[in-house]
Design a protein around this ligand. Structure first.
Ligand SMILES: Cc1cc2nc3c(=O)[nH]c(=O)nc-3n(C[C@H](O)[C@H](O)[C@H](O)COP(=O)(O)O)c2cc1C
Length: 359
């Protein structure tokens, strides 16, 4: 594996990841909670934070929802080391506006900013705003053209683009990144058009949590799709339950599973609003799990040793960014940092540069 293992967290933009009615984790998606969470994650050694984008809370419209881009700018100002990845649904922002916002946060963060392009599943969120929710593959056609414009603008190039969806003339943004060519581009999505988009235009692909063999097949599939430039890199979302013993971890899994069943009303609401064509939903339906975006389906439930071994196996398969979910989040994030991170230290160390005289 060429790249050291990086470990990140999901910000709690819509509260708990596994079950909304948990006495150990009261609902809280506030800015103040997320600010404290990310500052602590940075202190504990986590490498990145994904701030997902939802305008309306996707679970219940009366619940709080953190706004991704304004929060990412504020996080950029308050942190020093952690990479901040803000999700973006292209139909919500014109590419010129979004590229400008990305470059601003790149400056505020001193070169630690990234976007995660996601092509949306929540029909209600888009249509109730009076915007067009295109059908699945058409969203990818739109997203690809949108990203083409954003990518060039983030590089500081003068853009002249006369496409199907966007017409941009003589546009150039300043300042560009002071430290690199442009902010990093992640893509989250799993369908065949998502994989084409990743191969053609992304730096890193975020895969939904699922068993090791399925992840290996997905990586192989994307590696054989047309691409120019640097090889694409891979990230994986996973919900972690790690304990001293496997039995304790299983007991906690059962606790969360039982709690998640109490959210049947919320799941029915989400299902009714979800575009039936999205691959994410089919993946989630294949496996019993807790958490979102595949949850525990990747098998990160067990003793500290078992969880570390599973993560090492994913790293050996090509995953270099692991995006973790926990519940209750803060306590379990600390536990992971204390017990699992040291077991992965050999995979996380940046290889020492070879001195020129030794080359
Ligand atoms: C790591 C990851 C993060 C995601 N973040 C968001 C998000 O912030 N907002 C959102 O609406 N969807 C998000 N999604 C879901 C995508 O919008 C979803 O996968 C979409 O349906 C793409 O379609 P596909 O999976 O059929 O390719 C995310 C997916 C992944 C894998």
């Amino acid at each position: 594996m060429d790249h050291p293992l990086r470990i990140g967290i999901w910000a709690l933009v819509h509260g708990n990841r596994a079950a909304l009615r948990d006495p150990l984790e009261p609902y809280d998606a506030s800015w103040d909670r997320n600010r404290r969470l990310v500052l602590e994650a940075e202190r504990l050694g986590y490498d990145c934070v994904l701030v997902a984008q939802h305008t309306m809370n996707p679970h219940r419209t009366d619940l709080g929802q953190l706004e991704a881009w304004t929060s990412s700018a504020a996080l950029a100002a308050q942190t020093r080391r952690i990479e901040i990845i803000a999700a973006i649904k292209p139909m919500l922002y014109h590419p010129v506006v979004l590229a400008k916002m990305a470059l601003q946060i790149e400056e505020i963060s001193g070169g630690r900013f990234a976007i995660n392009l996601v092509n949306a599943w929540n029909r209600k969120e888009i249509e109730d705003a009076g915007l067009v929710f295109r059908e699945h593959d058409e969203r990818y056609t739109y997203g690809a053209e949108w990203l083409e414009v954003v990518e060039q603008l983030m590089r500081g190039e003068e853009v002249n683009h006369d496409g199907r969806f966007f017409q941009v003339r003589n546009y150039r943004l300043e300042p560009r990144s002071a430290t690199r060519a442009r902010p990093r581009i992640y893509v989250g999505g799993e369908s065949p058009p998502a994989r084409d988009l990743v191969a053609a235009q992304a730096d890193v692909w975020f895969i939904n949590g699922q068993p090791l063999e399925d992840v290996k097949a997905l990586i192989a599939d994307v590696r054989q799709r047309p691409r120019r430039g640097e090889p694409v890199r891979f990230g994986l979302s996973t919900f972690v339950i790690a304990r001293e013993t496997e039995a304790e971890a299983r007991a906690e899994y059962e606790r969360l599973l039982a709690l998640a069943k109490q959210d049947a009303d919320i799941k029915a609401y989400v299902k009714a609003n979800t575009d039936a064509a999205v691959a994410m939903r089919k993946t989630q339906a294949k496996f019993e799990s807790v958490g979102t975006n595949g949850g525990t389906a990747g098998g990160t439930v067990g003793s500290y040793d078992q969880v570390a071994e599973r993560i090492a196996a994913f790293h050996a398969a090509g995953i270099d960014t692991l995006l973790t979910q926990f519940q209750p989040f803060e306590a379990e994030m600390r536990r992971f940092a204390e017990h699992v991170m040291p077991r992965l230290a050999h995979l996380r160390a940046v290889p020492a540069a070879v001195p020129e005289s030794a080359a």
